[in-house]
Write a protein that binds this ligand. Structure first.
Ligand SMILES: [Zn+2]
Length: 118
């Protein structure tokens, strides 16, 4: 293999590494999106299960279910809701209204912490 061939080969490898690097970045973005979606869906699932349980105990009219849902979300800000948010934060998600539901990629978030300390 002469010197010129070596340089051609190195350039090819550089190009391949660039492609792999770009693909890695795309996969990382997709994984973050999937983790966030999974968390949103599991929270929604929990809330729906609660509604279903309430329905079984005491049937609610369809139009009031929307109100129950809104009340459940409003409850996030009190007692039980605070615990849920604290747990969500511990699991690595934002609970601040700036990035709510997004994965915390860089450790603690000052917005979230100030919210938790209220
Ligand atoms: Zn945050």
């Amino acid at each position: 293999m002469d010197k010129r061939d070596i340089f051609v080969r190195i350039e090819q490898m550089e190009e391949q590494m660039g492609t792999v690097y770009a693909e890695l970045g795309q996969m990382k973005t997709q994984i973050i999106e999937l983790i966030e979606e999974n968390k949103r869906l599991s929270i929604e699932n929990q809330q729906l299960r609660k509604l279903l349980k309430k329905d079984a105990e005491q049937p609610v009219a369809v139009e009031t279910q929307v109100q129950v849902m809104a009340a459940a979300q409003a409850k996030e800000l009190t007692g039980e809701g605070y615990d849920n948010l604290a747990r969500l934060y511990q699991e690595g998600f934002h609970i601040c209204n700036v990035y709510y539901g997004h994965l915390r990629m860089e450790g603690d978030c000052l917005f979230c912490l100030s919210f938790l300390n209220k």
